[in-house]
Design a protein around this ligand. Sequence first.
Ligand SMILES: Nc1ncnc2c1ncn2[C@@H]1O[C@H](COP(=O)(O)OP(=O)(O)OP(=O)(O)O)[C@@H](O)[C@H]1O
Ligand SMILES: [Mg+2]
Length: 474
Amino acid sequence: MTAKRRFLPARFWGLSNKLIATIIAVILLVEIVFYVPSLAIFRANWLNDRLRVGVVAVNVLDAVPDVMALPRNLTDRLLTSAGAHAIVYRRQGQSQLIELADPVTPDVVVTADMRQTDIATLIMGAFDTLFAGPGRTLRIVGEGDLEASLVELLMPERPLRQEMLNYSRQIGALSLAIAAATAVALYLLASFLFIHPIRRLTENMLAFRQEPENGTLIIAPSPRRDEIGVAERELAAMEQDLFSMLRQRRHLAELGLAVAKINHDLRNTLTSAQLLSDQVATLDDPKVQRLAPRLVTTLDRAIGFAQSVLEYGRQTSVPPAPVPTNMHALIEEAAFDARLAGHPTIVFNNQLPDDLVLNVDGGQMGRVVLNLLKNAREALEHAAANIPDPAVNVGAHATKADITISVTDNGPGLPPKARENLFVAFQGSARAGGTGLGLSIAREIAEAHGGQLLFKDQPSGTRFDIVLPSTLQA
Ligand SMILES: Nc1ncnc2c1ncn2[C@@H]1O[C@H](COP(=O)(O)OP(=O)(O)OP(=O)(O)O)[C@@H](O)[C@H]1O
Ligand SMILES: [Mg+2]
């Protein structure tokens, strides 16, 4: 296995930190949404409280028959208890001003009209106070306790701002505490329910991928019935399958090696027997003369079989090494190897354009065509008596998506046994001395080039199409 080693992210860099960060962010966002209106209401209540104190102060002074006769420091104390510099009370067309003994002349005056109670105005007023500079004076306007009466209070803005800041700080601290506590609680819950089981799955996948043939690494699924439980059971089943498939593959590979070894020795033994049979064939004995040719053909076939099995073992594992290849020339060469070029009875037509160049593995693609041409020749020779003008044609046809090279003959067509086991190695042969490897190797090579090998059923004769993707065009 050339698997690259992969690691799980450290505990706090995985899902957990994302979860914690998301929870805290969401809670803080919710807190901000609640904080803004609550600050505005806090300010409105504070201002209304001041107004009420102002009204009480006015009422107290009202009870005195002659205000002017009151000692100054009593008025001052009343004003200070309301936190104000001055109070103006208007009713029935009269207005009354009460102010400190040493009147303060304010620089900047902002009005807070408490008769406007809509939340937007309150929020804007709250932000105005919060972000204002120092030294402003507030003019609080509100209704008095009598009908059509109006109270105005002049006071510094600083104490209000100070209290609003305190309030914000408290809310901030509380929000953080709530966010942290919720995050921890949710994290513990999510860890227990999801993160821990997901880590277990991931760890198992990583470990199993390193050693898929180690049966003890197959995950033991928990009895949970949710999606994670299903994932665990599916993973366990997949690992089981993979484990048995790999084991089977190893056994097959070992068997294959053994077959190749036996086959190799068998071929050598047969070759020695062939030498002997050649010697025997030269003997004059008429009996020997009758039997020797059969012995020679039988040995030839056996050697051929051993040879193809050896080649099959070698071939299938090599991936194609594509280079620009002239297909017309490739077909010519294959026809020569298949003993079709210059055949005494069979006419061979190579109809491929001279300039068709494809990026293919010349050796492998040559073998595909060679197998198809050899099959066609063998079929035509075998049925020679019934075919008046035996011929083999190779043509090409291109569409946008692919290039098709067809090998067609006017022979007897595929026998039923070959049709049933088409492209199955060692099974498809329907002729004496055939291994049944030619077509299966040809298909494998075509597929390794990203193409296909297709049998095209015809009313007479046989046609195979090698379909290659047009991207192979050089
Ligand atoms: N052009 C053809 N016309 C008639 N029969 C064919 C043709 N091509 C293939 N066949 C049949 O299909 C069978 C399988 O072909 P395949 O090339 O796979 O194996 P083989 O020729 O028997 O053996 P090998 O090619 O391995 O020596 C052949 O035995 C033959 O009966
Ligand atoms: Mg063949």
